[in-house]
Design a protein around this ligand. Structure first.
Ligand SMILES: [Zn+2]
Ligand SMILES: [Zn+2]
Length: 246
């Protein structure tokens, strides 16, 4: 497959993943929580490994200011998800009492839209370096897209909004993912900055947004196993893709 087709497909699937996650909340079957936690654990492992083993090393070859941009990426997500938004966490929103305040749900959408913008920028930046890096970052992004859509959709429902509004909110996140990918396509020269920045974003989502969900679960062992499996899965994907895509 042509690398450009692969890139467009990756961004499209990632964006669709958010909407699929949003829909999941509306048709909430009994099995969803356990599997959602397992998929979050696996995704967190894969993302952490992607940041540490692929994105950071590639960034260091682009610029010696990579550590600074990495930190900036980490702090940016913290700022938008947890400083501007007074109540935000990944996973199902069950704190209805705080969701009475509409500002809280709007600020969560805004914070997550900044995060998803960088999901798109991350995938695009990866493809600008090499097809294999692009696919690996796509893997890291797509694995947390379901929980992401799930999160925003459950925030909307907890704040008393309609099903339509819940889908709309996940749609906004899908669009902002696509917008991020388009942005880096137009500003290709910024990849020196955007790749280390994206590494910081990815690290934040994995270690600060997702790992706490694994830790607070009472099914600790099973989720930890999925977390380490995610790391191993990244390692194997990396080996495979290096051989096939370069
Ligand atoms: Zn909450
Ligand atoms: Zn995301």
């Amino acid at each position: 497959m042509h690398p450009k087709t692969l890139a467009v497909l990756s961004v499209g699937i990632a964006a669709f993943g958010t909407v699929a996650g949003g829909l999941l909340v509306l048709f909430k079957p009994k099995w969803e929580d356990r599997y959602l936690k397992l998929s979050i654990s696996f995704g967190a492992g894969f993302m952490l490994a992607a940041a540490a083993l692929a994105m950071i090393p590639a960034s260091l070859t682009l610029t010696n200011r990579a550590p600074l941009f990495f930190l900036a990426g980490y702090l940016t997500i913290h700022f938008f998800e947890h400083t501007i938004a007074p109540h935000f966490h990944f996973g199902e929103e069950t704190h209805r009492e705080v969701m009475v305040n509409r500002f809280i749900s709007y600020s969560s959408i805004f914070g997550l839209a900044i995060h998803t913008l960088f999901d798109g920028i991350s995938i695009g930046s990866g493809f600008l370096i090499s097809p294999s890096l692009g696919v690996l970052i796509f893997g890291a992004v797509v694995l947390h897209k379901l929980p992401e859509g799930f999160t925003i959709s459950s925030i909307m429902l907890a704040s008393g909004r309609s099903h339509k509004a819940a889908i709309g909110a996940s749609g906004i996140l899908a669009l902002s993912t696509i917008l991020g990918a388009l942005l880096i396509t137009f500003f290709k020269n910024s990849v020196n900055l955007s790749l280390p920045f994206s590494a910081g974003v990815t690290f934040y989502i994995a270690a600060t947004d997702l790992v706490p969900i694994i830790n607070e679960s009472n099914k600790g062992l099973r989720n930890s196993f999925a977390f380490f499996t995610g790391i191993l899965a990244f390692y194997l994907s990396d080996l495979l893709l290096e051989n096939y895509l370069g």
